[in-house]
Design a protein around this ligand. Structure first.
Ligand code: 4AD
Ligand code: MG
Length: 430
């Protein structure tokens, strides 16, 4: 018989079927064995009666969680079964035996982390990883549909990036090299030829932040566009966010249910326009509505972002942050030179900064001044000055943290669950 997936078998609903997968749960007596079988698509209860399997009973009696099995039998609807269907088993073949599975119900986060390689097969992790796959694909699809090219930048770089002090050093045949913190600076070089580009790749930050939204290795989904200004890239950021969210809601209601996510909370994001608020206005709102005084000139802290976002049920663009607190490439706003032409897109439900973006400064003197003020070595950036020395044009771009987006969409407590094998300051294995 041809194997079909558990969800296909349930769609069929009656008659003979063959399925295969892993034992999700089991219980039994000396007359019957109830096996809940799991495959990528779903779970289903399978009933094995000793009567039919007298000769094989010794083997069947030993079956425990994570055994892999091939099963043939008859499927029928059964309201009492966990997913509404049951298979009465006619034939059962053990493919792989399983040692006692070292993950039980109330394992703490640390132990689950140590056993991550096994925990990945849980229904929770499988649901998240399916959604993650859709998020990554939808990011690409959105920009493809908008006529962008995909560009890849190097991960091993000689130096020069977002924030020098948070770079991971690497011994490169006796020379010091670093792991990239962003695709952006190399992408700007490619932008001069390709106009509209996007990229998605691993990103590294030696940030000593032990928060629920920082990883030391994460993926960044970035874009860069020639001739674009701040308004234009916020349009892209909003369009992209809605596009990705719609794909997830269309495809993954079941996974969101497994995760216990109230997806009604995501619906306003599809329907409403995202507000655009300046940093100055945000400080004013924080003071008036949240009784929180923030000193002008600093980036918003997590607690301030969270308080501010309590005022909204959709993502919000906060624009025009203080120039001095921003990365060197974010240009001054000519109308208010103390601020920069940049934005952070903050997510609702305390999900924090999901996207950071800006126009790019092409004034080499300004770039040098900003880098010097941050204590950077100018020679690390010589190629970057060079690209803007030949026909510079206005351009802008942004970077999305897919793990942050996934954490929000799935309603996760920690960003660590938004990626297969998380890396943080304290988690590097497995
Ligand atoms: O705001 P960031 O630092 O922006 C850049 O790196 C720009 N070069 C991007 C660009 O304009 N092309 O990072 C962008 C996003 C953040 O908004 C956040 O979602 C995510 O990357 N991010 C992290 N995600 C997980 N762990 C961390 N440690 C992160 N740091 C940033
Ligand atoms: Mg940022």
């Amino acid at each position: 018989m041809k194997f079909i997936s558990i969800s296909e078998a349930m769609k069929k609903g009656s008659g003979k079927i063959a399925v295969r997968g892993w034992v999700h749960r089991e219980r039994g007596s000396n007359k019957m064995k109830f096996i809940v079988l799991r495959d990528v698509s779903d779970i289903i209860q399978c009933v094995v009666s000793r009567e039919k399997f007298e000769k094989q009973w010794e083997e069947i009696d030993k079956i425990q969680i994570e055994y892999s099995l091939e099963i043939e039998g008859t499927i029928k609807e059964d309201k009492r079964a966990p997913t509404g269907y049951e298979i009465s088993v006619d034939k059962l073949k053990v493919i792989g035996e399983s040692d006692e599975f070292p993950i039980q119900k109330d394992l703490n986060e640390e132990l689950l982390g140590d056993r991550r390689h096994l925990w990945l097969r849980s229904r929770k992790m499988t649901a998240i990883l399916k959604i993650r796959s859709t998020v990554m694909q939808s990011f690409r699809d959105y920009f493809r549909e908008q006529g962008f090219y995909e560009f890849q930048s190097p991960i091993i770089i000689p130096g020069g990036a977002e924030e020098g002090p948070t770079m991971f050093e690497l011994d490169y045949f006796g020379k010091k090299m670093y792991l990239a913190q962003t695709w952006q600076l190399y992408a700007e070089a490619a932008m001069y030829g390709l106009d509209k580009i996007y990229g998605i790749g691993p990103t590294f930050r030696a940030e000593k932040s032990k928060t629920s939204r920082h990883l030391t290795e994460f993926w960044m989904a970035e874009m860069e566009v020639a001739w674009a200004d701040l308004e234009k890239i916020m349009d892209y950021a909003e369009g992209m966010t809605k596009y990705i969210l719609k794909k997830v809601l269309d495809k993954h209601k079941k996974e969101l249910e497994i995760l216990g996510r109230d997806f009604k909370k995501l619906e306003p994001t599809l329907k409403k326009k995202f507000p655009r608020v300046t940093y100055d206005e945000a400080l004013k709102l924080l003071k008036e509505k949240k009784n929180m005084k923030v000193e002008w000139g600093k980036d918003l802290r997590t607690i301030e972002e969270e308080k501010f976002m309590e005022l909204y049920d959709v993502p919000v663009f906060v624009t025009h942050y203080p120039k001095e607190a921003m990365a060197f490439y974010k240009p001054k706003d000519p109308k208010n030179p103390k601020t920069a032409l940049c934005f952070d897109m903050l997510g609702p439900e305390a999900s924090g900064e999901l996207i950071g973006g800006s126009e790019r400064d092409t004034n080499i003197d300004e770039l040098k001044k900003a880098l010097k003020a941050k204590g950077e070595k100018l020679e690390d950036y010589s190629y970057y000055f060079d690209i803007h020395s030949y026909g510079a044009v206005p351009h802008a771009g942004f970077g999305l943290g897919p793990e942050r987006l996934i954490k929000w969409v799935c309603g996760l407590d920690s960003i660590k669950d938004a990626i297969g094998f998380p890396r943080t300051m304290t988690r590097m294995k497995p």
